[in-house]
Design a protein. Structure first.
Length: 274
């Protein structure tokens, strides 16, 4: 009886010790879908890279140190910036699956993936998502281009609107009396930019500041318009896609082949020293 009691007590101590050393949010994962698989693989890849980087430092991390470090990480959450980055690549991210992949590798050196299989799998899913996104973006570009052409065709019929040979349209709200910049000059402007539906994508006016830039360092529509404006002028620009950001768009708000509208005030011309 005493021997049995000692064995049971010993086993209990081992169980308690193991529980104390188990890293929260690590362990087995039931993969329900591709999101779980992608998230776990990303977690594994990040942990694997992390450990490789740690091998470059002058001190050595043993297995116990990695477990303690993993416990600290288990208390964290993914940054919004990282989550947005991965969501943009793969559409969705399961944070708990990511942590299991990360912590299993960091604390125990165990994973459902190897470095090669994780890389191959993530590339496969990324390419599948990219193909779908590219197709949708192409259709979006066609729709935006058609809307832009229709708008510009109707807009130029208004007597207040002037159209240049390039297709740029503008409306003079206030005529300035100062200098006209050339392509090498810098200018100070206040501007407000919207899409055709009124969505504001950028506005120094709303920020309450004046922006400085080179005349030849901006989109083609701006470069052309600025070289027609006098200092002190306030114009409304209607810029077709090929004079703006074209098929690539810009940022999260300007899609492919978007026609842009700008209210622009040419505050000052800073002549080039060259």
């Amino acid at each position: 009886m005493k021997r049995s009691s000692l064995i049971l007590a010993f086993l209990a101590v081992i169980a308690i010790f193991s529980a104390c050393n188990k890293v929260p949010r690590s362990g087995k994962l039931k993969f329900k879908n591709n999101v779980d698989s992608v998230s776990y693989a990303l977690g594994y890849i990040e942990a694997n890279n992390f450990k490789k980087n740690f091998n470059q430092v002058p001190f050595k991390m043993d297995s116990i140190a990695y477990v303690h470090f993993a416990k600290a990480i288990a208390k964290t959450t993914l940054s919004e910036r990282y989550t947005d980055f991965r969501n943009n690549q793969f559409d969705s991210l399961n944070e708990e699956a990511f942590y299991k992949g990360f912590l299993n590798e960091l604390a125990y050196g165990k994973s459902y993936f190897s470095e090669t299989s994780a890389d191959i799998y993530l590339r496969k899913i990324f390419n599948q998502k990219k193909t779908v996104k590219d197709s949708l973006r192409k259709e979006e570009g066609k729709t935006n281009l058609a809307k832009g052409k229709k708008f510009l065709e109707e807009n130029k019929a208004r007597k207040e609107v002037i159209e240049t040979e390039s297709g740029l349209q503008y409306e003079i709200m206030k005529e300035g009396t100062g200098k006209i910049p050339d392509a090498k000059d810098r200018v100070k402007c206040v501007y407000h930019g919207t899409l055709l539906d009124g969505t504001v994508f950028d506005s120094s006016k709303e920020r309450g500041d004046t922006t400085s830039f080179g005349v030849n360092r901006v989109i083609k529509g701006w470069t052309e318009a600025l070289q027609l404006m006098r200092e002190g002028s306030e114009w409304k620009l209607y810029i077709p896609a090929d004079l703006a950001y074209g098929e690539r768009g810009s940022g999260q708000k300007i899609g492919p082949n978007e026609t842009l509208i700008f209210d622009i005030n040419l505050v000052e011309v800073v002549e080039s020293k060259n």
